[in-house]
Design a protein around this ligand. Structure first.
Ligand SMILES: [Zn+2]
Length: 153
């Protein structure tokens, strides 16, 4: 089940918060097809995407981003992993941020933290453990962030 929530931004753009699972049952055309103007897609609520979902997503996003400005924000890990395998995964959209996996091996905790494209140099930005205040370990290969920093097609 895939749902959306819309919010108007002061700059006139519409934020579209997408939540749920992107699979064979996801009707992305219906979910996004009626939207006008420039859009910001917030993907933080996407719990899972499978291979059929990826095909559906790419077809929809290609059309959605062809003639307007679309930004993508808070890409969760499940989507980021798929995006690294497909060059045109976000169509012509601009990817601004993602939820990246960090871990504290001292506290034995892990969390998905929001990082912005501008913060990424050759490696993931530094984050700190809220409990023990030590530096967190980025819990992936640095290459995981490729989808976030690669140039738009
Ligand atoms: Zn800690």
């Amino acid at each position: 089940m895939l749902t959306r929530r819309l919010e108007q931004r002061p700059d006139g753009r519409t934020t579209v918060m997408i939540s749920g699972v992107i699979d064979a049952t996801a009707d992305l055309e219906r979910l996004l097809g009626d939207l006008d103007g420039n859009l910001a897609l917030d993907l933080s609520g996407v719990q899972r995407i499978n291979s059929i979902g990826v095909h559906r997503w790419i077809a929809t996003i290609e059309e959605l981003t062809a003639h307007r400005r679309v930004t993508v924000e808070a890409v969760p890990y499940t989507v980021g992993m798929q995006a690294n395998y497909v060059a045109n995964f976000f169509g012509r959209a601009e990817v601004l941020s993602c939820l990246a996996p960090y871990a504290c091996h001292h506290c034995d905790t892990s969390d998905a933290l929001l990082i912005h494209r501008d913060e990424v140099t050759l490696r993931a930005p530094t984050r700190w453990c809220p409990t023990c205040k030590r530096e967190l370990d980025f819990d992936e290969l640095d290459g995981y962030l490729d989808f976030l920093v690669r140039p738009r097609p």
